[in-house]
Design a binder for this molecule. Structure first.
Ligand SMILES: Nc1nc2c(ncn2[C@@H]2O[C@H](COP(=O)(O)OP(=O)(O)OP(=O)(O)O)[C@@H](O)[C@H]2O)c(=O)[nH]1
Ligand SMILES: O=C([O-])CC(=O)C(=O)O
Ligand SMILES: [Mn+2]
Length: 625
């Protein structure tokens, strides 16, 4: 706070953000002025979302080394960004939920007392934008003005965040025009936390990827505010995404009776032209983008993309749960995306893409593990070092990402822009499990479905800091994203029963089961259409099922495996529910639920008891309960 006085005086005399501002909203102007006073940027620029603005910013970032333009004859309109090596993923241990009462954040969030956190943030943000430009980025999550949409404004000193927000949200003048006096909007302050001028007025040169070792990703759900410091990485820096559309929106949704979830959204059309809308929650880097863009291996089936990461679902006037994708682009995992796994994404990535932390080919194109079967003989890796197939480290960072507009997606559904959303017929829950979880199982009813969502566990991926491969519980794939108590989240899911007349059916899926030799038992990707076919058959009442303690699985012969290279033994394993493994699962779940205390819904506890009963019935017990 040392230089506050000087800067306040300067600000009062010369308030650049007030001259020629494109809004007259006093609350917005006041917030921008206060933020500029705190962070002390050299200048304030209001973003309009235009192509000219995008071109200007990308040209500047090319000049400063933040972006490397790719060869226009290979990848037109596209760029490569290389982050600092320590700024490659979400930072869950530095992600905070500040609520007045600790129990409102719950045992799975890092709780902070709001006043104390505010004071801490005031300290770190003081002067944090010195020598930089503060961009004001108005945006809408969901179609501007739509009944399911929310407005936000991010200020940021990162031009990378600005151009990414333009791709990922409806950003610019139209959103700003909607933020009139009295309209609700979520403010978000973002700084990479590397001022170019220090307290003594000494300047230092900029770097290609400015960031700070100390990071804060802070949320105030009660006052609906976001403060993010120290990182330029997407999940931490594009505040419309995880911060607003999941952590803040989940808290808003709980208050208002809807759901903000970590889910893909697709329209599935059967060969008989029957249309189904599915939402699916899988943890980070567990297959949402791939399923959302799937090219079905079964003839006659069609999957069209509505969303790949976030779904907002509200009870509609028609008694259905209606969902939108609040985003306008895709921030997807690059490694593993190839012509054989996700050809739709490969087409989508032909032009106008910002790649982050992938490898660069010698002819100015990009490459990552899984793009082609064979790696090029020579590359520049994500850190900027020479790389050959003999190198001990991967060429692309495992959490390397692409940022691309939804409009580029060849499988985009016409309903993508529908402000009213689509009616959800089925919800899928899944995780990355080498054992235990069957390929697919249907929950008996909504209540058992909520238990299935609450029970998701998955092997950790590179999308967040931490040990990759370790199994962790991730209820509703929302562990890092629910802005309130995880137990209240379960109760809220149960309460949808009272708000939605025609609830979606609920299924659990697992594409990642492995044999003892370590290979995947299920081919996945386009072949997952076979599972979708069974799911749609269940919705229509035509597909046969068999009871297991973990739910209804395809009856023998009910899953179409025609022409598939899966042995009968592997198939049996994929659809098996092993009592010993599931009893161990039940024990783990009980331990995971213990800290929820009184917030664990009794119904969820009952389902756990019922699961054990079914797995290990007292003599004469009825397995088909
Ligand atoms: N074996 C197998 N791997 C899959 C399948 N679907 C996706 N994957 C792999 O899962 C990884 C990431 O999947 P994505 O679809 O990008 O993950 P996401 O859920 O959209 O992740 P976030 O963007 O982090 O929320 C990639 O390495 C894929 O190759 C599948 O059906 N089978
Ligand atoms: O936000 C990110 O960094 C990417 C993402 O979708 C996730 O981690 O689930
Ligand atoms: Mn995600």
């Amino acid at each position: 706070m040392t230089t506050d006085v000087t800067h306040e005086t300067q600000d009062a005399q010369d308030t650049p953000e007030l001259s020629g501002t494109p809004t007259a909203n006093p609350a917005l102007l006041d917030w921008v002025r206060r933020t500029a006073r705190l962070t002390q940027p050299d200048r304030v620029v209001w973003c309009d979302g235009s192509q000219e603005e995008f071109d200007r910013l990308t040209a500047r970032m090319v000049a400063t080394g933040t972006l490397i333009p790719l060869n226009p004859s290979k990848r037109p309109g596209s760029f490569l960004a290389r982050s600092a090596p320590g700024d490659v993923a979400r930072v869950e241990h530095r992600t905070f939920i500040a609520s007045r009462r600790r129990e409102d954040a719950g045992p799975t969030n890092n709780w902070r007392e709001p006043d104390a956190l505010r004071e801490e943030l005031d300290g770190v943000f003081t002067g944090s934008m010195r020598g930089r430009t503060m961009y004001v980025v108005p945006f809408s999550m969901g179609p501007v003005g739509g009944p399911l949409s929310l407005l936000g404004v991010q200020v940021t000193d990162s031009p990378y965040a600005v151009v990414s927000m333009r791709t990922m949200t409806r950003m610019g003048n139209e959103a700003l025009a909607a933020i009139t006096e009295g309209t609700a909007w979520v403010p978000g302050v973002h700084s990479v936390g590397m001022p170019l001028v220090d307290d003594l007025g000494r300047t230092r040169p900029d770097v290609a990827w400015p960031c700070n070792d100390l990071k804060h990703v802070a949320h105030f759900p009660e006052t609906r505010e976001i403060w993010s410091f120290g990182s330029g990485y997407g999940g931490n820096a594009l505040l419309g995404k995880k911060c607003l559309a999941l952590r803040i929106a989940s808290a808003v949704a709980r208050e208002e009776g809807w759901l903000a979830e970590h889910m893909l959204l697709v329209k599935v059309t059967s060969p008989q032209q029957r249309v189904f809308h599915l939402a699916a929650a899988f943890p980070s880097a567990c297959g949402k983008t791939n399923l959302a863009m799937m090219r079905p291996a079964l003839p006659g089936w069609r999957v069209e993309t509505i969303g790949d990461d976030i779904a907002w679902m509200r009870p509609g006037p028609d008694g259905r749960l209606r969902a939108i994708n609040p985003e306008a682009g895709f921030f997807g995992v690059a490694p593993g995306t190839g012509w054989s796994t996700n050809p739709t994404a490969m087409e989508m990535l032909r032009e106008d893409v910002i790649f982050t932390n992938v490898a660069l080919t010698d002819d100015g194109d990009v490459w990552w593990e899984g793009m082609t079967e064979e790696a090029p003989a020579h590359l520049t890796d994500w850190r900027g070092n020479p790389w050959t197939p003999d190198s001990p480290t991967p060429a692309a960072h495992p959490n390397a990402r692409f940022t691309v507009a939804a409009a580029r997606c060849p499988s985009l559904a016409a309903e993508f822009d529908d402000p009213e959303g689509v009616p959800v017929d089925a919800i899928l829950f899944g995780g990355r499990r080498r054992t235990t979880a069957p390929l697919v199982a249907q929950a008996g009813d909504w209540s058992q479905g909520v238990f299935a969502g609450a029970s998701i566990s998955s092997e950790r991926t590179a999308a967040a800091e931490g040990a990759v491969g370790e199994l962790r519980h991730d209820p509703f794939a929302m562990l890092p994203f629910t802005g309130y108590h995880v137990g209240d989240h379960l109760s809220h899911w149960l309460s949808m029963r009272d708000r939605v007349e025609h609830l979606p059916a609920v299924f659990s899926v697992n594409w990642f089961r492995r044999g003892e030799d370590g290979r995947f038992l299920w081919p996945g990707f386009g072949e997952n259409a076979r599972v979708l076919e069974w799911i749609c058959g269940r919705l229509e009442g035509t597909a046969a099922a068999r009871h297991t303690p973990a739910g209804l699985v395809p009856a023998p012969g009910a899953l179409d495996v025609d022409g598939l290279d899966v042995s009968p033994a592997d198939l049996a394993e994929l659809l098996s529910v092993d009592a010993a493994a599931w009893l161990a699962e039940a024990d783990q779940l009980e331990r995971f639920f213990a800290p929820f205390g009184a917030k664990l819904p009794a119904e969820v506890r009952d389902h756990l008891a019922l699961l054990r009963y079914r797995l290990d019935p007292p003599t004469g017990g009825d397995l088909s309960v």
